[in-house]
Write a protein that binds this ligand. Sequence first.
Ligand SMILES: Cc1ncc(COP(=O)(O)O)c(C=O)c1O
Length: 431
Amino acid sequence: SSSCKLFFPEDPVKIVRAKGQYIYDEHGREYLDCINNVSHVGHCHPDVIKAAHEQNQLLNTNSRYLHDNLVDYAKRLSKTLPEKLCTFYFLNSGSEANDLALRLARQYTKHEDIIVLDHAYHGHLTSLIDISPYKFRNLEGQKEWVHVAPLPDTYRGIYREDHKDSALAYANEVKKIIEQAQKRGRKIAAFFVESLPSVGGQIIPPAGYFHKIAEHVHQAGGVFVADEIQIGFGRVGKCFWAFQLQGQDFVPDIITMGKPMGNGHPIACVATTKEIAEAFADTGVEYFNTFGGNPVSCAIGLAVLDVIKKEHLQAHATQVGNFLMELLNQQKIKHPIIGDVRRGVGLFIGVDLIKDQEKRTPATEEAEYLITRLKREYILLSTDGPGRNVLKFKPPLCFTMDNAKLVVDKMDEILTDMERENTCEPIGKHH
Ligand SMILES: Cc1ncc(COP(=O)(O)O)c(C=O)c1O
């Protein structure tokens, strides 16, 4: 379908194989992958492939039979989570996980309404397009049960770095939304949020923001859903889950996982509390998912967890992420187009490009030009954010210091060229 889009549509890349943080086109040319947060522990990681192959040779079936892989995997996941999140559902995609989270929240609270952040994306199902301003703004619009809170972006949002308590100010916006909704007789089922809003432009919410919102949402009888689909599984380095950046004592009621979980194999999960799971079961309607939680998927999930641990990928993400941020901050001093290097965490870093310092106008065309030029240098990077001007670093976690240095050196060369030539004209086909 023409609705399906390619990266670099003018000159798409045809890839035939990949290894670690590198992918190779049909001519054998090597590209450095700074985009793929799904191939979390590295493309085609041998341990993950081996686990899939071995289990495939033995058995693959559904979760209507007992199987150790399913139980072992749930146990291993629960070790990474607060004790309260002890019930698991396995599924095939992030969208499926978020759709189930929506059902759980509504069933438990008996409320209907959902609060989301502006520019959020939570998946491609009808139910999720409805709670994804990033999508529904271009379609028929906002449903009466959906409420949109401002993005807690302290660089270009309504409360900025000079605000004395931006966490409180942004949380109060959510409080106001709840109060206004309640005045209209609406009842809040959930606050749905990506723990680090990625499509919104690699935003790092101010510390304390989630705690305050959870208080308001719980008071309104709703639950807190953390979407960890892009940023979970150690990407942020110092924590395994990004919601933990808000403080070890912060615990969502439901979390959803996907993308990196199977390193490319379709597997997703919802973790929640016993109370919420019991309320869902009380309907008497069974939950069955043909592929979710099959022994092969679980073997793969277990192998991914093993690799993260064995290769110390969390510590590695912190180390390489800090180095990359340091290099990017040096570039910020040199190139005025770099407005902000997000206070990144691990290998989740955004670089906000601007046309002017005062208004911080998004440098959309310049960002596009830069990533197109980088691609000519065999470096794949993408943009995001409402203005599509935020360079988004989310490479496989095996990304190295040398990789970071190479990307930033190339960026420096291209930005210097752009300043000299004062240009960001669309560039023609790859040659
Ligand atoms: C934050 C977030 N949630 C949910 C989804 C949906 O996941 P999937 O594409 O696996 O259905 C995505 C996918 O991009 C996402 O980025």
